[in-house]
Design a protein around this ligand. Structure first.
Ligand code: ASP
Length: 337
């Protein structure tokens, strides 16, 4: 009898454990940069390339999540696909500094533990997001910059490339246009305005958010920064709280004029409103992007995701490459307003 009750309790315990077993919806949200992205400036081929690449990235992350993998693995896998594509201003397609070099930034943050890692101003790391993850997992630090970040990446066996790997004609042309308009502030020398073929602007940063079966949120961002930026300029993308943030409630990744995202602590601000004010994710993200930032001329957009799987993708520019995928495994990709 006692044994039966005991076994019964064990059974109950097991059933309870099963009830509370991971059952969170899985979601991936991505962006590939915000800016002057107009349909009339886009060729059908270029538009299709963006759609395919965004879907490929979403599906890569989704497969990991669907197999019970972690949101960190999903975010890194997705961002690496974008970094390896010349379409985005991250990794291979990074924009040029005023001196004609490429200096890349990336960061990642895990909401459940608030662990974070980032690299800034790196010139020879093929996938900066992988280096950011290694900073998070293999050092007691959050942000490594320049040479130190590169030496660390080499030590970790992370793939290094010659800086010439990052050369693309398209980004070089964008630099020349920005140089011609030298007196103009960097952000106003956006190529798409002048370029009828819509070659992609100074914006084009990539970001990914994931919610895994365990309910853990991760956010990641990777960029080449802004065309014609000063040597040594670091934007918001590797700054935790500015370009990237995640906590137990919310994850966010931004793209746009980095100086504003830093000063307005955009990603943290959105998540703080969700956590502390109980705002809905959409309300918080819209308010920060389309009111606060817009009022001061901070152009850009953000993707945000909460721990229930609600998501938001607001921007105050003409367009933002963006998309999401949920449990059903069907990627949804959008570009224009
Ligand atoms: N936020 C990035 C930076 O300022 C640029 C971008 O999103 O395109 O470095």
């Amino acid at each position: 009898m006692v044994v039966a009750v005991f076994l019964g309790l064990l059974g109950l315990g097991a059933a309870r454990a099963q009830d509370s077993s991971p059952s969170s919806p899985i979601v991936m949200v991505v962006h590939g940069g915000a800016g002057t992205i107009l349909k009339r400036n886009m060729t059908p081929e270029l538009e299709a390339s963006y759609q395919e690449k965004l879907s490929e990235g979403l599906l890569a992350g989704y497969r990991i999540l669907a197999a019970g993998g972690s949101s960190v693995d999903a975010v890194v896998a997705t961002i690496r696909i974008f970094e390896d594509s010349p379409l985005f201003n991250a990794g291979k397609g990074a924009v040029f500094t005023a001196e004609g070099k490429n200096e890349l930034d990336a960061s990642i943050m895990v909401g459940s533990t608030r662990q974070a890692g980032a690299v800034a101003g790196v010139t020879g790391i093929k996938n900066p997001i992988t280096a950011a993850r290694a900073v998070m997992e293999a050092t007691p630090h959050v942000l490594l910059a320049g040479k130190g970040a590169e030496l660390f990446a080499a030590e970790q066996g992370i793939e290094l490339v010659d800086p010439s790997y990052f050369f693309t004609q398209r980004r070089w042309d964008a630099l020349e246009r920005a140089r011609e308009a030298e007196r103009v502030e960097v952000r106003e020398a956006e190529p798409e305005k002048e370029n009828p073929k819509g070659s992609g602007g100074a914006f084009g940063t990539v970001g990914a958010l994931a919610l895994d079966r365990e309910g853990v949120l991760t956010a990641g961002t990777s960029t080449g920064g802004m065309t014609n930026k000063r040597h040594g300029r670091v934007g918001d993308s590797p700054i935790i709280g500015a370009g990237t943030y995640a906590n137990e409630h919310c994850a966010a990744s931004g793209t746009g004029h980095g100086e504003f995202f830093i000063r307005w602590a955009v990603s943290y601000d959105i998540c703080a409103r969700v956590e502390l004010q109980g705002m809905a994710i959409d309300e918080a993200a819209e308010l920060v992007i389309n009111q606060e930032l817009k009022q001061v001329g901070g152009s850009g957009g953000v993707i945000a995701l909460d721990n229930k799987g609600n998501l938001s993708m607001p921007f105050n520019t003409e367009g933002m490459y963006r998309g999401y995928i949920r449990d059903n495994g069907k990627p949804v990709v959008q570009i224009y307003k």
